[in-house]
Ligand binder design. Structure first.
Ligand code: OGA
Ligand code: MN
Length: 297
């Protein structure tokens, strides 16, 4: 007899993982289609908890892509070395190449993936930054290699009035090319550079669904703030980068194999923690295109 999950919303169970953000969701089979009620229930949970963890979901790349498409169009990354050769919507968060071989720690794509060990939000350097990301833990590390998430609504609310004033009405520059100043990544080709010129984004943004205000920075891409000299801008970003990591804002995800974790890039940041680069770590991500330009709060 088949006991396949038919994905009814009534079977969905949600367990919060931290006071600030994160919830575990059970009772859905993400490989199967989601009907409208289940999708709505899931979307509501996503808006409430910002980060959802789905344990034990051994999706193929194509199933992961189909799940992601439920939320919107998917990004195709502008760099050849990061995306999968077999499915362009798959962003490879991996120290293993597309043929399955462990890369050396000095390989430019390992260097680039390692820059995700600093706080950031995905694709903030695009004119329309990403809505959210969905990451599948395929080969996970026994130690380290966790992913930490911070709630940028709470961060904004907790800023003192002076900081809120400084941020309100300000815009920060987000430049993919800034990564190259942080580590030995593969130099961008002319086409890749032209594909992603720097963009200016409001530092306080209004979430298009919840209407809440969050702080919008992405320190691995930020190199300037409008109307501020560059040293002051770097200092302010560094100060904020420190603040967002306080325990009360952060859920720390320790991976189990075939976890699917999805986060809202519009109101969170995340980073990986270090791990032994001699061990394999393979994660596949799909990245949902944002619904439109960022709205200043
Ligand atoms: C990402 C990312 C962190 C990690 O997939 O966008 O930053 O833990 N990953 O690999
Ligand atoms: Mn990321």
């Amino acid at each position: 007899m088949s006991i396949a999950n038919d994905n009814t919303a009534s079977e969905l169970t949600i367990r919060p993982l931290h006071t600030a953000l994160g919830a575990e969701v059970r009772g859905l089979d993400l490989a199967a289609p989601l009907d409208e009620d289940s999708f709505q229930a899931l979307h509501d949970a996503w808006m409430e908890y910002l980060v959802l963890v789905f344990p034990n979901q051994p999706l193929s790349d194509h199933q992961q892509i189909a799940f992601g498409r439920r939320f919107g169009e998917l990004e195709v990354h502008h760099q050849e070395i990061i995306k999968s050769q077999s499915a362009p919507e798959i962003f490879r968060v991996s120290n293993v190449d597309d043929d399955g071989n462990l890369m050396t720690p000095d390989h430019p794509s390992v260097a680039q993936i390692s820059l995700a060990q600093r706080w950031h939000t995905d694709s903030s350097y695009r004119p329309v930054p990403s809505m959210g990301s969905i990451l599948h833990g395929i080969e996970i590390t026994a130690a380290g290699g966790e992913t930490w998430f911070t709630n940028m609504y709470d961060v904004h609310d907790a800023l003192d009035e002076t900081a809120k004033q400084r941020i309100a009405g300000s815009r920060a520059r987000h430049d993919f090319g800034h990564l190259a100043t942080l580590g030995p990544i593969k130099p961008l080709t002319e086409t890749e550079r032209r594909a992603m010129p720097p963009v200016w984004q409001p530092m306080a943004r209004r979430h298009p669904v919840t209407g809440r205000t969050s702080l919008f920075i992405s320190p691995i891409y930020n190199d300037a703030i409008e109307g501020m000299d560059d040293d002051d801008a770097v200092d302010l970003i560094a100060e904020l980068n420190e603040f967002v990591g306080r325990d009360e804002f952060v859920y720390r995800h320790r991976w189990s194999q075939d976890d699917i974790v999805m986060w809202d890039n519009r109101c969170t940041m995340h980073h990986a923690t270090p791990y032994d680069l001699a061990t394999r770590r393979v994660m596949h991500r799909v990245t949902i295109v944002g619904e439109g330009p960022v709205e200043a709060a």
